[in-house]
Design a protein around this ligand. Sequence first.
Ligand SMILES: NC(=O)c1ccc[n+]([C@@H]2O[C@H](COP(=O)([O-])OP(=O)(O)OC[C@H]3O[C@@H](n4cnc5c(N)ncnc54)[C@H](OP(=O)(O)O)[C@@H]3O)[C@@H](O)[C@H]2O)c1
Length: 223
Amino acid sequence: MSTASQAGKTVAILGNGTVGVALAKGFAELGYRVIFGTREVEGAKTRAALEAVPGARAASFAEASAAASIAVLAVPWSGMEAVIFTAGPDNLAGKLVIDPSNPLDFSGEVPTMALGANDSAGELVQRLLPRSHVVKAFNIVTAAHMVHPRLPDGTPDMLMAGNDAAAKARVAELIRDFGWRAPIDVGGIVESRLLEGLAMLWVIYGFRNDHWTHAFSLLGQKR
Ligand SMILES: NC(=O)c1ccc[n+]([C@@H]2O[C@H](COP(=O)([O-])OP(=O)(O)OC[C@H]3O[C@@H](n4cnc5c(N)ncnc54)[C@H](OP(=O)(O)O)[C@@H]3O)[C@@H](O)[C@H]2O)c1
């Protein structure tokens, strides 16, 4: 197989934590080659991620990004900028970049939004990667339900935002393949402000009810 066609079904999961492993399992099930991008290729956390996702390998952020056609930014807000610069905007140019992050400030008892209403992590990522097709998605649910989100009272919907129609079409397909009821396109990357606000609502509901397995659905959708 040529390097180009290998890259086509290769995903770089930047971050080997809870979200990285959950989404990596979903991609692996769909037949993607998974490369975890990490600061510590030989670290214990990386070893655990590789054990959880058979067939995956680990590499530097830059090497993983260069080898893949899709990248997922499964890193904390505090490390986002550093990870993007280390991955290298050139390595991600022309590629789909999925951003499931939330800009949360964990300094208080309950997390709060680290950004005001006039910006978002999704927009920041798109500004840092001007030649990539950034799609905000998977940020409005717990990692445990990012793939096969079957809940006792139904299958929820996943909302996404991004500037590039083809990139969103690819993410819509992934959302369906991961088992969501419907992908809902809410507009350009600027609408990450709404999706990150919705994630905050998810967090507040979680704290108020000490319950962490909920997800959103939009009833009465246009068919
Ligand atoms: N957890 C959820 O259920 C959930 C749901 C929706 C959205 N999100 C969002 O998804 C993102 C990832 O969350 P997570 O729960 O997967 O986090 P996590 O479990 O803490 O994993 C974060 C990953 O990023 C790496 N990392 C941490 N700081 C870094 C830095 N400064 N530079 C480079 N790499 C760094 C960590 O590596 P090491 O620590 O090993 O170095 C780890 O691999 C966050 O933005 C979060 O808001 C999370």
